[in-house]
Write a protein that binds this ligand. Structure first.
Ligand code: SAM
Length: 238
């Protein structure tokens, strides 16, 4: 049976297997997305790190988010986790110069095996939206974050105004899906992207979810330029 975006929305546990199929084209497909790395770096900067933290880059993919994070660390370390073995293979090839400071592991973000209070910082870029149960994931992440530790979600979350949803539908169906399908050879994952963004909580709702699940000092800040209505950096503290 062919995977469809509807199947992915209904069973998000198979999303990493779909990313396996585009792993070697993911960087190309996102290369032309103006602002992809600018936005990622902006979210990492907004964490205001000291530089010596132990950071979990959850759903690290091919390591684009890992790169934005390592640029904010002087002596700190990163563990990049993803459940797509092929995305991890691409990521691993990029960070050899950092030696043991950057390591990668295959794990399911819904069933992480790290001990309680393991990390100073968790960075999750385009990850939480792919979780089958957002709140259960937040509770698990709170468990492995140290008290006082910071968590950052870099995510598509449509601003609560009259134009963000229609603008996203136009952008998604007329530009993003055709262009990324052409570059990656995979329609399903980008159709799923557009639909999963429409189903994700808006910034107010996701901030409230963070507070409800025990995080404090929650902030939601729009990303840069024309992405402002569509993408936000969420930062919170345990
Ligand atoms: C859009 S990519 C983001 C990659 C990277 N963070 C970036 O910003 O470039 C989403 C990643 O989430 C991973 N993912 C989705 N569901 C996951 C899960 N349950 N556990 C671990 N990784 C997952 C996928 O395999 C994919 O690599």
């Amino acid at each position: 049976m062919n995977t469809t975006s509807t199947i992915l929305i209904e069973d998000k546990s198979i999303v990493p297997a779909e990313f396996d199929k585009i792993a070697y084209r993911y960087d190309l497909a996102t290369y032309f997305s103006r602002g992809y790395m600018d936005d990622m770096r902006e979210s990492a900067k907004r964490l205001n790190l000291k530089g010596d933290e132990k950071l979990l880059d959850l759903c690290c993919g091919t390591g684009k988010s890992t790169l934005a994070c390592i640029e904010q660390l002087t002596t700190g370390t990163i563990i990049g986790v993803d459940n797509s073995i092929e995305m991890l293979t691409v990521a691993k090839s990029k960070f050899k110069e950092y030696g043991s400071r950057v390591q990668f592991e295959q794990q399911d973000a819904m069933h992480l095996t790290f001990e309680e209070n393991s990390f100073d910082v968790i960075f999750m870029a385009y990850g939480i939206r792919n979780m089958p149960d957002y709140e259960l994931c937040l509770q698990n992440l709170k468990r492995i974050l140290k008290p006082g530790g910071k968590i950052c979600f870099h995510e598509y979350s449509l601003a609560d105004n009259f134009y963000s949803r229609p603008a996203w539908i136009i952008l998604g169906y007329l530009f993003l899906i055709p262009f990324c399908t052409l570059l990656s050879g995979n329609f399903t994952i980008f159709h799923y992207l557009v639909k999963s963004v429409l189903a994700f909580p808006n910034p107010k709702q996701f901030s409230a979810m963070l507070t409800k699940n025990g995080f404090s000092q929650v902030s939601a800040t729009p990303l840069l330029e024309w992405r402002r209505p569509f993408m936000h950096t969420f930062i919170a503290v345990k």
